[in-house]
Design a protein around this ligand. Sequence first.
Ligand SMILES: Nc1ncnc2c1ncn2[C@@H]1O[C@H](COP(=O)(O)OP(=O)(O)OP(=O)(O)O)[C@@H](O)[C@H]1O
Ligand SMILES: [Mg+2]
Length: 467
Amino acid sequence: MKPRILVVDDEVRMQRIFEINLTPKYEVLTCGDGEEALGMVKARDITLMITDLKMPRMNGMTLLKEVRRIQPELPVIITTAYGTVEGAVQAMKEGAVDYILKPIKMDEMELLIEKTLSLCRLKDENRDLRQELKTIYGPKNIVGNHPAMQKVIQLIQQVAGTKATVLIQGESGTGKELVARAIHYESDRSSKPFVVINCAAIPSSLLESELFGHEKGAFTGAVKTKKGRLELADKGTLFLDEIGEMPKELQVKILRILEEQKFQRVGGTEDIEVDNRIIAASNKDLKQAMEADAFREDLYYRLNVITIPIPPLREKKEDIPLLVEHFFKKHRGVCKKKIAGVSERALQLLMDYPWPGNVRELENALLRGMVLCRSDFIEVEDFPEELIHQVKEEGMVVAGDREKLKQMKKITQQKIKEEMEKKFIVEALRKGEGNIQRSAAMVDMDRRQFQNLIKKYGISRKDFEKI
Ligand SMILES: Nc1ncnc2c1ncn2[C@@H]1O[C@H](COP(=O)(O)OP(=O)(O)OP(=O)(O)O)[C@@H](O)[C@H]1O
Ligand SMILES: [Mg+2]
């Protein structure tokens, strides 16, 4: 589809010039005053507007302001005569993308249009990518039916809209980073950066400059001024991973950030202000670390405003079948062949294993299984040796887990049955054109029974009416 350009100018001659020059490439609409233009912006899907400033009835500036209000994303280019440049500058302040002086050179105009349109496309792409990030990292990707996981998801929703500091506690591989990202992408900071710093992975001598940045010449090797991650995360979220590993002298500085949102670069004397949302995570019990004097008490209480505890996988084993399904979908691309699922014996193995590496270990085991699998189903043999070994040796089959697995299966079967039933009723209603008596008769069902099922599944007209 050609971009649709609206040209607003009270001189009919100008409208004609635009039409003649731009028509091959764009769809050109023209009108002679602001009020009419506003109507067109509302009614038609305009890609770009070019407007003169001086016009009868509603002038260009008022038009621009009105357009900003109803369609803030619509790019507007101003055309103006010599002597009214101040007006054009004012218009740029009001959000016009650029201005061009009359008499207009059409080739310049076309360049400006192209530049503006490609900028818009970039912006659109950026927005799409961000939306994608949101779907990749949002809370919907956190799988878990266990009450503790439901609580985690609920907490994410509750804290996302606030600036409260959050502490996420959980063993390695339980999904701490996943939760931190979900908070960020669910918050109104989602269009700003999510910056991670792993306090355990960076030597403590470098940690300070990584966090706060440094001034040129602050230490040997500091040849340039460098921004730290705090500055990179300005207006966004800073994720302090493994905060339990942070040296105590840095802990004081983090406390200052939390209290005053201010810091100094290494070797700097000036206070730098930032607006960060801080999320911290730890796989060790920070309270214990505090009691052992390895973690500052004041920082502990400051971080602990809201704590999200994530249970280890061995304590939420009923989530294993769900996670298996989730990772199957997530990694579908890794193997060419179509895998139907995990065999019953293999699933039993997954239920029995204690998963010291938690969900990450499960994900890796499944990936391996998916790659090595030779039949329709992943078999016990496709999983890592140590997994099979440990389960065999320790005879880890806990009666409770077997019971849970059975129940999970029952629930799944029930769900499938219900889904099919609902589809069946919807289909019947569609064929019977919504008439209950007729639809029931068509599928040989008792009217009462049919009606009960409609109620049970909350089926309404929109479910079966063709759009
Ligand atoms: N509930 C869950 N639903 C879906 N995926 C999950 C879940 N929990 C963890 N994962 C996945 O498991 C992997 C490990 O998660 P993540 O890196 O967030 O864990 P972590 O707690 O930060 O681990 P570590 O302490 O080792 O850094 C990721 O691929 C993540 O997507
Ligand atoms: Mg992590």
